[in-house]
Each structure stands twice: as C-alpha cells, then as structure tokens.
Design a protein around this ligand. Sequence first.
Ligand code: SDX
Length: 380
Amino acid sequence: MSVVCIEFKPGLEGIPATQSSISYVDGQQGILEYRGINVGQLAKHSSFLETAYLLIWGHLPSEEELKIFEYDVRHHRRVKFRIRDMMKCFPETGHPMDALQASAAALGLFYSRRALDNPEYIRSAVVRLLAKIPTMVAAFKLIRSGNDPVMPRDDLDYSANFLYMLTEQVPEPLAARIFDVCLTLHAEHTINASTFSAMVTASTLTDPYAVVASAVGTLAGPLHGGANEDVISMLEDIGSVENVRPYLDGLLERKAKIMGFGHRVYKVKDPRALILQELAEELFDKFGYDKNYEIALELEKAVEEKLAHKGIYPNVDFYSGLVYRKLGIPMDLFTPIFAISRVAGWLAHWKEQLAANRIFRPTQIYTGDHNVSYTPIEER
Ligand code: SDX
C-alpha cells in the first residue's frame, strides 16, 4: 500500500528515497559503517579496492576473489585512444570535473551494451569504471599542459599507479598508502546528492557509464564534492592565524557558507575528517609542514565557538585538501579524486537499485495557476 506523503520537505530532508544495506551513518554519534564495518576499521586494515568489492558485492572478498578482482582492474586501466584524443580537444582551462564527466559518458560509446540482467556485464562495467576513471583523471591533467598522458603501470597497485600517472614519478609507499586510505574514506556515504543522482539515472535502465557521468556532474557542485577545493582557497585567503576570526566574522555577516563545514546528517565532527586530520599530520611529519594546517585548526575552533549550537562542524572536505596538497596534487583535481573514490559507492547503489528497480517519479505540490488563456504577442 503506498503512503501518500503530502508534506513537502526541501531537499527531501529526512525523506527515505530507498531501502539500502550498503552504508549507515549516525549523524549524532558521528558513525559511518560500510556494510556494517566501521570506516575507521577499513581505513586501518583494508585497501580501497577491497573496500570497493565489499560495497559492491556486499561481503569482504576471499583472498582468491580479491586477487582476481585486483588483476582484472589492473588490466583494464588503459583508455581507448579515441577518448584520449577527445580530451586533446578540450580547452586546457576547462575544469577537470567537466572533462571527467564527458569522458565517463564517452566510455558508454565503446561499452554501452545494456545487458543489465547479465551478471558478467555488471561485473565488467564495475571493473572498467573503477579501472578507467583514475586513468582519465590523470590523462587530462597531463594533456591540458600539452603533454602525452602516461600509460598505467601494471606493476603498481591502484593508488601508487594513479599517483604515478599523475606525477610521472613512482610515489613513496607512505604517500600511496595515505592516498589509498583517502579513497576508502570517500567511497560511500548513503544517499548523498551524487548517489541519489546515480540512483535516479540507474532507475531508467540506462547504461552504467551514463549513471556515473550523471553522478560526476552532481558531485562537482560546491555544496557537495566541490567544497574540498574551495577550503584550500579559503585557508589561503585567510593567510594567518590572526586573521581567522575577522575573516570568519566577515563570512557570517555576509551569511556565506563556510566551505568544509556543516552537513545534512552529521551534527558532530565528520568521522572522516578526524581520520583525514591524522593522515595530514603523518604526511607533515614525513614531508614537511603546511602552515594552512594551523589556520585550519584555528578556524575549526572559531567556527565551533560560533556555530556549534547549529551542529556545524568540519565535514569530510575540510581536511582532505591539506592531504592532497601535501601529496603534490593540483587543487582542481581534489574533486575528481573524490569522484575516483565515490565511483565505488555509486556502482554499489546502481547494482542495488537494479535488484529492486522502480523508476523514480516523485510528485509535487502544484503552486501555479489553472485555465490561463493564451495572450497573443501583440497584446503583451
Ligand atoms: C559532502 O550528503 C553527504 O553525505 C555529502 C558528503 C558525502 O560524503 O557525500 O558528506 C560530502 O558533500 C560534504 C559537504 C561539503 N559541502 C560544504 O562543505 C559546503 C558548505 N556546507 C553547507 O553548504 C551545508 O552545510 C551543506 C550543504 C553541506 C548541508 O546543508 P543543509 O543540510 O541543507 O543545511 P542548511 O543549508 O539547511 O543549513 C542549516 C543552517 C542554516 O542556518 P539558518 O538559516 O537555519 O540560520 O545551518 C547553516 C545555514 O546557514 N549552515 C551553515 C553552513 N552549513 C549550514 N552556516 C555556515 N557555514 C556552513 N557551512
């Protein structure tokens, strides 16, 4: 029996859009679990690819399953030359999220066959998207500066290979490990805007490449994944610990949103922000300090004084940029890296949606007129 929900909630706040067993968030306690496992446990003991497998197939892989999965992803990292050539036509000033959305959709030109009832097709789409999205992100970074992209290296694991394709240097093991933990932390987060986008697109039974392209476009927004880039710009604008409070007062006077703070669900500090802070400190110990960190700590303290009563605390985007910068990643690639990771969550929800699909078609509360006559242009 369908229950008619007549109360309109802006942004569907608190309205369930699905039933899901993929992840769970407790916004009051600051808990995030992937298939029931606390994300802190996965950050400590797992890898991004093992976590992706857990999210998508619902259980931790056996040693054999993981070995085959890693082998398959490793051997699908290359991207068709036509997609690389397409990227060479993109303006070098274009944002990498737009380049990623275009190239993710372009994958559908080569692999779109929509055999959604065929488990092998589902698996191959998962492998291709997890394998090729990092290659396309790295490729555009090199192409926009007039260089040829670097070919993936099969002898490097997922995160080390991405950093290699991006920087043309094999990363230090600590850098690759910390980057891999960042991917695990960003992989899934219940029904956020880009995941909801993926689900709505999936519900029309289009191909998974269109699903991911739709989600990439949604993640790009500054209220969602795009905040991590804006956080670093804000910290640099602030410039010093002394300027934190005057700067914050200015933002609050203008009723501006403070990037990297606040969350629809978390009313305490995002558990991912806590772990990202530890990763940043580990990198600072090894590779040198970033003065923006002390500005960030001071800003966190100042925001807590002013906005804790509204449940406004750091979210996942507040400290991630400091980690990526220390890894030598350009700022405008922070959100594409968020996308590399979130592909795992989007694909998990794509698969779950297909298993019990009904096309999304919400209703509205109509506020317009009725029976309005047409006014000829000469009378307007
Ligand atoms: C992500 O959903 C997810 O799970 C997302 C994510 C994921 O993993 O997928 O966690 C990733 O997107 C993190 C969020 C990154 N975005 C930002 O950091 C941008 C800044 N944050 C805000 O835009 C905001 O907090 C949102 C968009 C994240 C949440 O917005 P809500 O839930 O719609 O909250 P709201 O805008 O209704 O604000 C409620 C109140 C308002 O005050 P009042 O009008 O009631 O007085 O809180 C205030 C807002 O002004 N507020 C903020 C604020 N966020 C909310 N005030 C200042 N700065 C902020 N950042």
